[in-house]
Design a protein around this ligand. Structure first.
Ligand code: CU
Length: 132
């Protein structure tokens, strides 16, 4: 019985939240840049991304882009909800992460660390490569 349990854990690891295709735009110190990635939620329940932390800037916000009549632009959102068994793509022209007041230059092919905070999955650390 116990052997069966161990085998099932080995062959069917717990499905959870994963981050794919993360990238950010190169930018200079004191400037603002954007981070994009796809969140895959393989669990059966919704999860919420509510905070992103990194040492590379003074401020990090999640943004959405909108257009209402003649008005269009981007605005801050407090959280991103990823429904169960679905994925959510942050991409140019859509939801993105705004990295404000960079503490150093980010050059093409540099890598930076971010910690994503989810209500269910907890902290997920990602390494992101800069590309043009
Ligand atoms: Cu923005």
């Amino acid at each position: 019985m116990i052997i069966l349990l161990i085998l099932s854990l080995l062959f069917f690891p717990e499905e959870k939240i994963s981050i794919k295709d993360a990238w950010m735009r190169p930018a200079s110190e004191k400037m603002t840049t954007a981070l994009y990635f796809t969140i895959e939620n393989k669990t059966g329940t919704a999860d919420t991304l509510y905070k992103i932390v990194s040492g590379i800037s003074e401020r990090i916000e999640m943004h959405e882009t909108y257009s209402e009549g003649d008005m269009s632009g981007m605005r801050k959102v407090e959280m991103i909800v990823i429904e169960g068994k679905s994925s959510f793509e942050l991409k140019p022209g859509s939801h993105h992460v705004m990295i404000m007041k960079l503490k150093a230059n980010i050059s093409d092919r540099d890598t930076e660390e971010f910690i994503l905070h989810f209500k269910q999955a907890g902290e997920i650390r990602i390494t992101v490569k800069a590309k043009k």
